[in-house]
Design a protein around this ligand. Structure first.
Ligand code: MSP
Length: 666
């Protein structure tokens, strides 16, 4: 049986410089969808590449004192290395300087001249070189580029034009008949109101004032306008116009594309010019163009001159590729803008990855070893408590599928994390350590098996987003290939009893927040901004985004009340103090080792004046178990113990001996 196909593309990036974390965002999102579709049994074609022609590139190479191809080759090597480091599973990488592309662009241009869709005239108007876009006087904003706010310059040169106006009615009809073509929906009205209603101008499609581009065959003084050249990559890469029958077959197989992922600033090119070019060529139109939002910095858009760009390779080196992928996909709802802050990155990594997912796997592995000799046990009948978790996991598969259909990656991840959190709670509620102590082996085996198979399901579900972590979990739990398939998510119980689970290092380290924030400040390398005007415009954008993000928080702050959701984020557990010793040079501090059932935690507490070390050992206390680690007098503290105080009086909040270590306080 032939598989259904799924063709997904990213924009092809300008290699005038190395890429930043914003560019990585599009590519990571497309990768998550490509991986997901492969898991769902599709024959996926995931295309990315580089847009190598145009004035901007030529200028940059000259400034660098390099031959243009030599300049490009170095940057393309850097970009491919970035995609390798981020585990981007692209199927093809197109460079617009490759003959498979340039030859076809030349031919298309000639054909469109012959058809009368392209005609020779002269252009007079404004040009924004960084955006490579033409603007009429009335479209400028305060005399600057309406897209990026930068200087434009006046161009007067003979040019070929594309008769866009001829196709406007067909385009509007296409929008009408395909209401899902432009996503999110709001971008469609923006396009119609801003560009189509005022009257779509014929597009200038050649330049003569520089020569770094595809030459027009019948008139080589002209080079093809870089956007016409670039958009065509989506068809040349899969064999359109090739003489080779295998290439042509490939084109038939994958075209039309299922989705083009693009940043919102280039939606216009993809939903107006690109469909019209395709109509002129008599080709079907892509099924969807998804215009996602921007990843902004606190002081606006990322830009080299502002000194606020983040090199994704430095982030990957420090935190690993999965952590960065997770952050990008979880933090910013796809389609909306989001602000990158070091705090939000560290919090996501500490809470979601180290605390929730990492801890779930670590605890479970530790318990399978401690209570079952490292072997996945055979379950002995499920009870309501188990079934509730199993049902949630099975329902989550449906939720994730629905959110992936809508390309809502942050929601799909949030669905998965509900299971992760619930599984941690299940462990607390079922208290396997108590079952072990009481010799309740049947129940213990069921609980351990349930934990294990939920972890299997989580590992399969996170494959598109965190591919490395997923394979590491599947490897440690010896999940066979069949049980790691998406279809194996529709029923519970595919993990193999009898397999020995491998213990390993924590999947994600807990980060020291202070140290990380200092390191991240260094990585962003703050420099005074120079683009004052652009900065003000984008600050407005950041303000709107942050306002939205903090709305909920403000409601809470005003009333001084917190919701149950906020409270339940605090993880309180029963711990037993195993040892206590004074911290040198600090008369108030004690270093405690506290047994939390599945681990022993070091906690530094300011209670030295109230207790002798001996009277503390053996006490059962309440521990705030998910506090960010801090260093007190150079000693790491991973939590806090609760105490009540009044004046000089201080007493520990204690728990009866019968409650096992690790039990949840709620
Ligand atoms: N070469 C054109 C695209 C041609 S596609 C036929 C181009 N290249 S670009 O390198 O300037 O940017 C490409 C894409 O990078 C943007 O559309 C967007 O997808 C992504 N991003 C660049 N900065 C970004 C952020 N700060 N945030 C999110 N995405 C960003 O335009």
């Amino acid at each position: 049986m032939t598989k259904p196909t799924f063709y997904i593309t990213t924009p092809i990036y300008y290699p005038n410089d190395t890429l930043h974390i914003g560019h990585s965002y599009t590519t990571v999102a497309a990768d998550a969808l490509a991986r997901y579709k492969r898991l769902r049994g599709y024959d996926v074609m995931y295309l990315t590449g580089t847009d190598e022609h145009g004035q901007k590139i030529q200028k940059r190479a000259e400034e660098a004192g390099k031959d243009v191809m030599e300049f490009l080759d170095e940057i393309i090597a850097w970009i491919r290395d970035l995609w390798d480091k981020l585990d981007i599973s692209y199927d093809d990488f197109i460079r617009t300087t490759e003959p498979r592309h340039t030859k076809v662009v030349e031919e298309i241009f000639e054909r469109l001249i012959e058809q009368g869709d392209i005609y020779l005239d002269a252009y007079e108007g404004w040009y924004c070189t960084p955006c490579e876009s033409f603007w009429a006087e009335r479209e400028l904003k305060d005399g600057k580029c309406p897209d990026c706010g930068r200087e434009v310059h006046f161009v007067r040169e003979p040019s070929y034009f594309f008769r866009m106006s001829k196709y406007v009615d067909r385009l509007l009809q296409f929008y009408e008949e395909n209401p899902d073509f432009i996503q999110p929906e709001s971008r469609k009205n923006e396009m119609i109101n801003n560009f189509i209603k005022p009257g779509l101008q014929d597009l200038c499609v050649s330049r003569t004032s520089f020569d770094w581009g595809v030459r027009v065959r019948s008139n080589p003084k002209h080079v093809v306008y870089v956007w016409l050249d670039a958009l065509t990559n989506y068809i040349t890469a899969i064999g359109y116009g090739s003489d080779n029958p295998a290439d042509r077959e490939k084109f038939e197989r994958y075209w039309p594309a299922n989705v083009h992922f693009v940043g919102k600033e280039i939606v216009r090119f993809h939903v107006i010019y690109w469909p019209i070019i395709l109509m002129a060529l008599g080709l079907p139109l892509p099924k969807k163009v998804y215009g996602h939002g921007f990843l902004l910095m606190k002081d606006g858009k990322m830009s080299k001159s502002k000194g606020n760009v983040i090199d994704p390779k430095l982030l990957i080196e420090r935190y690993g590729s999965d952590a960065i992928r997770y952050f990008l996909l979880r933090e910013i709802p796809f389609g909306q803008d989001g602000v990158f802050t070091p705090d939000s990155l560290v919090e996501r990594l500490n809470y979601d990855l180290a605390n929730d997912l990492g801890n779930l796997v670590h605890r479970t592995t530790a318990m399978v070893h401690k209570f079952s000799g490292g072997v996945i046990p055979v379950p002995a009948g499920y009870q309501a408590q188990d079934q509730a978790l199993i049902d949630l996991a099975l329902q989550t598969v449906k939720d994730v599928e629905a959110h992936m259909d809508e390309m809502q990656f942050s929601l799909a991840l949030s669905d998965i994390w509900k299971v992760v959190r619930q599984a941690n709670k299940y462990i607390d509620d079922t208290a396997p350590w108590a079952l072990y102590k009481n010799g309740d082996t049947d129940r213990l085996n069921t609980v351990l098996y349930t934990m294990t198979d939920v972890i299997r399901m989580v590992a399969v579900l996170i494959q598109p987003f965190l591919p490395r972590t997923a394979s590491e979990i599947l490897r440690r739990y010896k999940i066979d290939a069949e049980a790691a398939k998406w279809d194996a998510l529709y029923s519970f119980g595919a993990a193999s009893s009898g397999q020995t689970v491998e213990q390993g290092n924590p999947l994600f380290p807990r980060l020291d927040i202070k140290a990380e924030l200092a390191a991240l400040a260094e990585l962003t390398g703050k420099r005074a901004g120079t683009e004052a005007a652009a900065q003000t415009a984008t600050k407005q954008e950041v303000k709107q985004v942050s306002e939205k993000q903090t709305q909920e928080q403000q409601v809470v702050e005003k009333s001084n009340l917190i919701g149950i959701d906020t409270f339940s984020q605090v993880e309180l557990r029963v711990g037993q103090i195993q040892s206590a010793e004074r911290v040198e040079g600090a008369d108030k501090l004690l270093k405690l080792q506290v047994d939390l059932g599945s681990e022993v935690r070091q906690i530094v507490s300011g209670i030295a004046k109230h207790f002798t070390t001996d009277e503390l050992v053996g006490q059962k206390v309440v521990v705030v178990a998910n506090l960010k680690p801090v260093k007190l007098r150079g000693v790491q503290s991973n939590g806090m113990i609760l105490a009540a105080s009044e004046g000089d009086l201080l007493k520990l909040v204690t728990v009866p001996e019968t409650i096992p270590n690790g039990a949840v306080v709620k």
